[in-house]
Design a protein around this ligand. Structure first.
Ligand code: FBP
Length: 287
């Protein structure tokens, strides 16, 4: 059966909402139990592995899904039955926030190419945010929609989410002494603009602050780590698609994250999302 982008995206987000219900239930019992080390060297928690396995099993069973890739597994897993779309996930973004009970997310990108896939091949993206309540934000056909997720069911909150024109908050990862001089100069500019610092250590929670209040989030290039920390396929493309669809911009410091193609599935990139004027200012400061 041939599935359209919209049908596949709907089925994927329905499944991810369902999994989010299960994930929410088990988080309390899997806060610090360590599992192994993931392909990019991060310590995995039992919750990372549990979420990854649940997503893989349920997404690969969908008609339109041909493969599943994730930050938690080395290689792409193919579906038994083929399917024209491919899902790439960060199952639990910011999972080190589990121990201190802070925000975390699940990030999803749907591609019409098997990963490693270009930003052009991204056809829909979404994330779940496990905060005081569970919400889901999706970007399909250029429209950003926010839902409340309760026990696996979605209720529409806002259709046509847009980033506020006036920037309100900023947050940047990496140790300050490891920032490059040009990036540190840009941060001084942002501070002069009287934005409020918001940094929580989970990209999707921090990016959602920016979607809600306007501003800029970034995990920059570092002096000894020019590639930054975050992964292009699992974190960069999806959050870029969502923020750009909401009227903002994304960048790796020089160009939109959606113009980039990872040569390796787990490739990292400096990552910035936010109001277009701030992203343009960043790019000219770093040039
Ligand atoms: P994980 O996906 O392994 O959790 O790492 C990604 C991440 O947690 C992002 O969500 C967050 O922006 C960043 O790392 C925080 O890094 P740092 O601890 O260096 O501030």
């Amino acid at each position: 059966m041939t599935m359209t982008v919209t049908e596949t995206a709907e089925a994927v987000f329905e499944t991810v909402a369902d999994v989010a219900g299960d994930v929410r239930e088990i988080l309390g019992s899997r806060r610090s139990e360590e599992a192994a080390v993931n392909p990019t060297g991060d310590q995995q928690l039992a919750a990372d592995v549990y979420t990854d396995e649940l997503l893989a099993t349920q997404l690969l069973a969908l008609d339109g899904v041909g493969s599943y890739a994730s930050e938690e597994r080395e290689t792409v897993t193919d579906a038994d039955e083929g399917g024209e779309f491919h899902v790439a996930c960060d199952p639990l973004d910011g999972s080190t926030n589990l121990k201190p009970n802070n925000g975390m997310g699940t990030i999803v990108g749907i591609y019409d190419e098997r990963p490693p896939a270009s930003g052009d091949a991204l056809v829909a993206a979404g994330f779940v945010l496990y905060g005081p309540i569970t919400t889901m934000v999706t970007a399909v056909d250029g429209t950003v929609t926010e839902y409340l997720v309760d026990d696996g069911d979605r209720t529409l909150l806002t259709e046509g989410v847009t980033i506020p024109d006036e920037p309100g908050v900023y947050g940047f990862g990496g140790r300050v002494p490891d920032w490059t001089d040009q990036f540190a100069a840009f941060v001084s500019h942002v501070e002069d603009e009287r934005l409020t610092l918001r940094y929580g250590g989970a990209m999707i929670a921090d990016a959602n602050q920016v979607l809600t209040y306007g501003g800029i989030f970034g995990y920059p290039m570092l002096v000894d780590r020019p590639e930054g920390k975050l992964r292009l396929q699992f974190e960069g493309h999806p959050v870029a698609a969502i923020v750009e669809s909401a009227g903002g911009a994304s960048s790796d410091g020089t160009r939109s994250l959606l113009s980039k193609t990872p040569s390796d599935l787990h490739e990292r990139t400096p990552l910035f999302v936010g109001n277009t004027e701030l992203i343009e200012r960043l790019e000219s400061q770093l040039a």
